[in-house]
Design a binder for this molecule. Structure first.
Ligand SMILES: [Zn+2]
Length: 630
């Protein structure tokens, strides 16, 4: 190549930036990582690293990734890092864990050490949910696994993850296939050699692998596909319209943002009842895990219909545009989660909108899911003491909280409450511009522009507010400050109501409500009536503070034994709630509490209550317009 002078200078600058860190040091040459996953069905993974040593110090400090991007907390599964050994030139080296940070290791180096070998095992939790959360949760079965590289690497202190280069290889069980957004350099039998990438890219590029895999192309430009691994071949046989809906998801997302910031995109989809269930975003892929019948069973499919749209939106909102407070140089520096109302809240809203625009959900199913969100948030007394901002600020410390007392503690409400808040913002944009603009215009301004290679463009609270102002002038700062700091009462329904729909309760649950109940193995017959979260055997998972059961003295962890003198079942409870509507006698609940039995009498006569949205004919139906395909 013979570039012109100006171009030559720019090129040199680029090379300089990529080989010398900001501190003026030269990063170590490529670190090799050989992962042996051939024992995946036993849930143990072996890794060997060769780490070049650049300093003459007598000690090397190595980190195991602690703050995992997208997990919003110090969730790196350090308790599952086992079999740790270090050596140099065949000689075993002494090491010690840091006394103040369990993810940090100090390794003694003999004088003149140029290269260090590390070997380690990652033992993945067994059982349905296992002990850990997200990528630290159950991740392997007899027939499939997801390799999250952060569980299998160490990295030297002193370098940003962008500055370190890893050359990874992966050995899979015999006959297993795989999918990933990483570039494959070569394959040899069951061993895959990947091209060299930064540690950032490696950790951001998991590999799904399994005996039963299906690759479904969704788009050609840029190449987009689903890489699905399941616990059975039958689980992969979804009806043809499902693939059409996912193809339309990609089309609709491209229309929403009018640009993309990835080279190719892979939906890595796990179908298993024996792995942890969640979705985790990456820039060029997502690691999403649902039950084995999540594609073939219609009610399970409807229940999960929002998951892949949500994780896909993150490629734009979260990976390309990222809160400055969440953008850290490595996995050791803590992340600040204050802007999750954009990172997760807006993603949840756009994911829901795209789930309908793509056909994954019908308009009615989308409205049913909004009704569930609005009802749950309307029964969250915890907002009295805790505002929405604090649900985001507190998440690194609180996301492992139990379900008990959730209504009083508050959960991760920046997901669902911000669905209602961003719908409200969408309505304000439409009202302020007489329908000429919408939140789609904000997405094109904030996340779109022109397509770029992989890059991160950070933002602050002010940047988000300024971009909203560019789309539709309004006091957005005040709007968001009020949304984030208010204490209710009740869910913010103003945007929903302005869009032409009202939240009502009647005695017939929606199909989505039923599926949700079934999936959780609960009965929610008394959720919005008495304020009881009940499992099918009567165990009380939670009580909603301020509602009749809690007021009567019932609390989480107790067990409902009998209703009006008959042994508890969901049907007996429903019958009793129905009968109480016309009578004046109180409901009599026999409840076990730590081996004691008590009878509670509750004067409740309003029957079962299930949430729905109904049209408000006094207003135009803007919601239906929002969720129409573009
Ligand atoms: Zn998310």
């Amino acid at each position: 190549m013979a570039p012109g002078h100006a171009r030559g200078s720019a090129c040199c600058l680029l090379i300089l930036l990529s080989t010398v860190s900001l501190f003026g040091k030269t990063p170590p040459s490529t670190i090799t990582l050989a992962v042996d996953a051939s024992d995946a069905p036993r849930k143990i993974f072996h890794a060997k690293l060769t780490i070049p040593v650049t300093s003459s110090s007598s000690e090397l400090k190595l980190y195991y990734p602690k703050w995992i991007p997208g997990e919003h907390g110090p969730t790196g599964p350090i308790q599952d890092l086992t079999g740790l050994r270090f050596s140099a030139g065949g000689q075993a080296l002494k090491w010690r864990r840091d006394l103040l940070d369990g993810w940090t290791f100090h390794v003694d180096l003999p004088a003149g050490t140029r290269s260090l070998e590390a070997s380690l095992d990652f033992v993945s939790p067994a059982g349905k949910e296992g002990e850990g959360i997200y990528t630290g949760g159950a991740s392997a079965t007899q027939a499939m696994t997801v390799i999250s590289w952060n569980t299998l690497v160490l990295y030297p202190q002193g370098w940003a993850s962008d500055e370190l280069t890893y050359q990874a290889s992966l050995r899979l069980p015999t006959g297993w296939k795989f999918g990933t957004s990483l570039d494959v350099a070569s394959t040899n039998g069951q061993t895959i050699q990947f091209g060299p990438v930064s540690l950032t890219r490696l950790v951001d590029s998991p590999v799904i692998a399994g005996e039963f895999m299906r690759i479904v192309p969704l788009a050609d430009n840029p190449p987009t596909e689903m890489d699905i691994a399941a616990d059975s071949a039958a689980a992969l046989q979804a009806p043809p319209e499902v693939w059409d809906h996912y193809k339309r998801l990609v089309e609709q997302a491209q229309k929403l943002f009018a640009a993309h910031h990835y080279r190719s995109y892979h939906f890595l989809y796990s179908l298993s009842d024996h792995v942890a269930h969640f979705g985790l975003e990456h820039h060029e892929s997502n690691d999403s895990r649902v039950g084995e019948r999540g594609l073939v069973d219609e009610s399970e499919r409807k229940l999960e219909a929002g998951l892949l749209p949500h994780e896909y939106v993150h490629s734009w909102n979260g990976k390309y545009r990222r809160p400055a407070d969440l953008t850290t140089p490595d996995y050791e520096q803590p992340m600040k989660t204050d802007l999750l109302w954009v990172y997760e809240g807006l993603t949840s809203y756009l994911g829901d909108v795209l789930s309908a625009r793509s056909g994954l959900r019908t308009p009615e199913e989308l409205r049913d899911s909004l009704a569930l969100i609005a009802a749950a948030l309307g029964h969250t007394p915890g907002r009295e003491w805790r505002n929405l901002q604090d649900t985001a600020d507190g998440v690194p410390a609180m996301q492992g909280a139990p379900q008990q007392w959730e209504s009083w503690r508050r959960g991760l409400d920046y997901y669902e409450e911000d669905v209602l808040n961003w719908l409200w913002a969408d309505m304000i944009i439409r009202q302020q511009t007489q329908g000429k603009r919408s939140l789609d215009d904000f997405c094109q301004l904030f996340h779109g522009g022109s397509s770029t290679p992989l890059m991160v463009k950070t933002y602050t609270f002010d940047d988000a507010v300024n971009a909203l102002n560019q789309v539709a002038p309004y006091d957005w700062r005040r709007f968001w400050n009020e949304r984030l700091s208010n204490h209710g009462p009740g869910a913010p329904l103003e945007g929903l109501e302005a869009s032409g729909w009202k939240l009502v309760y009647n005695e017939t649950p929606s199909e989505l409500f039923r599926s949700d109940e079934e999936d959780r193995e609960n009965t929610h017959a008394a959720l919005y009536s008495l304020g009881l979260v009940l499992s099918k055997d009567g165990t009380i998972g939670d009580t909603v503070e301020g509602m009749p059961a809690a007021k009567a003295g019932i609390g989480p962890g107790m067990k409902l034994i009998a209703v009006n003198g008959r042994k508890f079942s969901a049907d007996i409870l429903r019958d009793a709630l129905g009968a109480a509507k016309t009578g004046s006698a109180p409901l009599e609940l026999l409840v076990e509490n730590t081996t004691y039995f008590n009878t509670y009498r509750i004067n409740y006569h309003e029957g079962e209550k299930y949430p729905h949205l109904v049209r408000d004919e006094s207003k135009p139906d803007v919601l239906s317009d929002i969720i129409k395909p573009r």
